[in-house]
Design a protein around this ligand. Structure first.
Ligand SMILES: [Zn+2]
Ligand SMILES: [Zn+2]
Length: 138
């Protein structure tokens, strides 16, 4: 069976795949996702960090400390700038794959949304989805 988690950046120099099924699908309104993506929120599908295999030497990483005090590692393409995934040690060692970079995202359906406290006024949270004001206590 083709894995669902298979995608690439805008220029195609960095690609990734994972054989794991997504654990959960999340809309994130955090300020860091907003800055990194240049838009109001990001839609992510979460799989174990270790399951993701990257290909392409253009991959770069940007690391900050998250709310949990553990590193948050953002993988992106150093050539075209596309954000690809965010590794969250403080979040069960899961990685948030940017859903719009998937080759096939027809199955994507966000289940929850986080950091609704910092949602942009021009793109408000979806009231049909369960909201967490900041990081959910998983
Ligand atoms: Zn690229
Ligand atoms: Zn975020």
């Amino acid at each position: 069976m083709m894995s669902k988690i298979r995608g690439r950046c805008l220029c195609g120099q960095v690609s990734y795949h994972s054989d794991e099924e997504p654990a959960v699908q999340i809309m994130c309104h955090c300020p860091d996702c907003q800055k990194q993506t240049g838009t109001a929120f990001s839609v992510n599908v979460l799989v174990p960090t270790k399951s993701i295999i990257f290909e392409g030497e253009a991959r770069r990483q940007y690391v900050v400390l998250g709310d949990t005090g553990k590193p948050v590692v953002r993988n992106f393409c150093g050539n075209c700038g596309s954000p690809l995934s965010t590794e969250m040690e403080g979040f069960g060692n899961l990685a948030a794959v940017k859903a719009a970079t998937l080759d096939d995202d027809s199955w994507v359906k966000p289940e929850i949304q986080i950091f609704s406290d910092t949602a942009k006024h021009y793109c408000t949270p979806n009231d049909e989805l369960k909201k967490w004001p900041r990081n959910p206590a998983f």
